[in-house]
Design a protein. Structure first.
Length: 301
């Protein structure tokens, strides 16, 4: 594929159940070459920099349409990248989680091309519907940019959920896989958002951290996938009915966030106890070999 991409990552890209043509590009413009480079970067972040812990992968179907729906946090959408990484590195066979990119991304030359080549297209209902009808795995953050704009004190809270994802799930008969993401607010501890500076760069805002720049810190992250949720209907129901379903999904995500927080707290406590023993040098979570592999990890006691 390229000298920068390891054989193991290249092989996993080849195993993705995506109809690539002879040029390595699928009907949506996703490129095998770009995916190889993308997952090479995510490999380091997922396995080493953040040492991501994952639970509940058995709830994600190995094939067919499904919608991953979770909370947004972290200022620069670290959560989306790590969810995509977990589907690629921990699922067998690997799956490509495709996201609905914010419209501003497609107004920026480099990010627009890179986004489409790695499976993230403009967040329009017709695009999402087509992906699901083609039996793809769709990743949705109903909080939108409001979610990544949370301040540090709000990092594990949930803001307003849009309702479009529920109508889409009903219309396309797609199961919703809720997930809770924990640690994004610690990775990018936002103390304020500058909307004025954001406008200069063509983005909604720029997160301001205690160290000024929104560069992520190497903290432990946790993703918890819950059991599939399905609702009866066609997607044309009254708003009151749809919002009832939205609130059920939102409540479940809140529960999964708490599960992840408890697991993360136990893991950090175990790391600190280990660091206190003679001969132990560091309290930071170690490389993946020191933690259960994401593909087989269960709830840690």
């Amino acid at each position: 594929m390229t000298l920068l991409v390891s054989d193991s990552i290249a092989q996993r890209v080849q195993r993705l159940e995506i109809p690539f043509n002879s040029f390595g590009v699928d009907p949506y413009g996703i490129s095998q070459k770009h995916l190889g480079l993308f997952f090479t970067l995510l490999d380091f972040l997922y396995h080493h920099y953040f040492s991501v812990g994952v639970s509940g992968l058995e709830n994600v179907p190995g094939r067919g349409r499904a919608m991953l729906v979770g909370n947004h946090s972290g200022g620069v959408a670290i959560d989306g990248a790590m969810v995509v990484a977990s589907m690629f590195f921990a699922m067998d066979p690997p799956r490509l989680a495709e996201g609905m990119a914010e419209k501003f991304i497609n107004r920026l030359p480099f990010t627009s091309l890179w986004s489409s080549r790695t499976g993230h297209i403009t967040g329009l209902p017709e695009h999402a519907s087509r992906l699901l009808e083609d039996e793809r795995l769709l990743m949705v953050f109903p909080e939108g940019a409001r979610g990544t704009a949370k301040l540090y004190s709000e990092r594990n809270s949930l803001v307003h959920f849009g309702s479009g994802f529920v109508r889409l799930a009903l219309k396309t008969r797609t199961p919703i896989i809720p997930f809770g993401f924990v640690g994004g607010g610690e990775a990018v501890p936002t103390i304020a958002n500058s909307y004025a500076i954001g406008r200069l760069f063509g983005v909604p805002y720029i997160p301001i951290t205690p160290y000024l720049v929104p560069a992520p810190l190497p903290v432990q992250l946790e993703i918890t996938y819950g059991e599939p949720m399905s609702f009866a209907g066609t997607g044309s129901e009254e708003d009151e009915v749809i919002m009832g379903h939205v609130e059920q999904v939102k409540a479940r995500i809140a529960e999964l966030i708490e599960v992840g927080r408890q697991r993360r707290r136990r893991q950090l406590a175990a790391d600190l106890r280990g660091a206190a023993r003679p001969g132990t040098a560091s309290s930071k979570p170690g490389p993946p070999s020191s933690r259960p592999e994401p593909a087989t990890s269960k709830e840690r006691a």
